[in-house]
Design a protein around this ligand. Sequence first.
Ligand code: PLP
Length: 431
Amino acid sequence: MKYYSLNKQAPDSSFENAVRIGLAPDRGLYFPQHITPLDEDFFEKLDELSNSEIAFKAIQQFIGEEIPSDDLKQIIEDTLNFDFPIVDIEEGISTLELFHGPTMAFKDVGARFMARCLGYFNRNNDAEVTVLVATSGDTGGAVASGFLGVKGVRVVILYPSGKVSDVQEKQLTTLGQNITALEVDGTFDDCQDMVKKAFLDVDLTSQLELTSANSINVARWLPQMFYFMFAYKQLKALDKPIVFSVPSGNFGNICAGMVAQKLGFPIEHFIASNNVNNVVTRFLETNTYDPQPSIQTISNAMDVGNPSNFIRIQALHDYDLNKLKTNLSSYSFTDDETKTALETIYSNSGYIADPHGAVGYLGAKAHLTNHSNSQVVFLETAHPTKFLDVVEDVISKKIELPPQIQAVIDQQKHATFVKNYEEFKSFMLKF
Ligand SMILES: *Cc1c(COP(=O)(O)O)cnc(C)c1O
């Protein structure tokens, strides 16, 4: 499969090259040249296929010959070795739990898939790739865990000091080996800016082969389409229109869902559920794309002022606002509304959501007010214990820590504090 840059000023790329460099040389995001719907036979046999078989059939065309089938199957098996259950919440609303992986956030799948692809491409050489990643919370932990010990890869994670939860911080600062954490005096946007600047800095790029593990990277982004397929398989017997409410930050997850739809999965509609970082909600209302500095919220993995994957969503809808609006709605909710939702979900159904899932639930509720025959699935993108303070406070109950979280919480944090780009750069030059 060839990928083209959405800025259209760079040569087409192989999958391997797109994974290695992340962003195209013209700073555009890579996008597959073709998306060919899966054949009818696939959909007829869906019930008989395992998750790994579905995933293999779905992603093979995006990789082509670059990874032989048997190796790709193995990569998928290793990536997907946990469950993706649907839980019913109330009439018309279910949740898809995406937090059963090692770091209990949905980013585990993308990070594990990307790490294994890079590991495959590095199998016979001594080249060293440096993965630079900015995190607003969960990406860092998932990337740290997914890339730990992968041959030929070093990972540098930048996170905003004091703006990630304790569990998140421990997950990205305690692993050691090929994983290094930098604690940045600033916001997530500052971290993201430093990463972007580093990619353009010849002093660094002449010394280090840099790539990114944010959802701009096709190997991080595309495997997220599997979730929508696994959910559809579990819900198709209901025979109702299926709508996904996706708690969105950089819009990678929801955009991957739209790729699943292009592949032929009968998804009725998408809802981008946002906290007050609502550039897309406003865009759909006003047709003006007006990025703003990010605002800190209790659903911090969605504190993104300028979502990097929105351009891919526009490309999928031919940059046509009306077309987009028939497929995508977006709602924005405050922290107070989110806390009330957490409480309501818990008191009505006994289910403990996390703040991101609660925002997704609110989006589902909003949609159901005038589409009452739909089944809306909100994605539970993180386990509630990753946001322990908020969740315990709202539901007035202690939650037990799952073993994955217990294992990191008592570990010693190792991070280097960096004040600005210059300090970051000199760290990297000595790295
Ligand atoms: C990253 C993340 C999101 C947002 O996903 P995008 O693909 O960036 O839109 C939502 N919830 C949680 C818990 C996350 O970690």
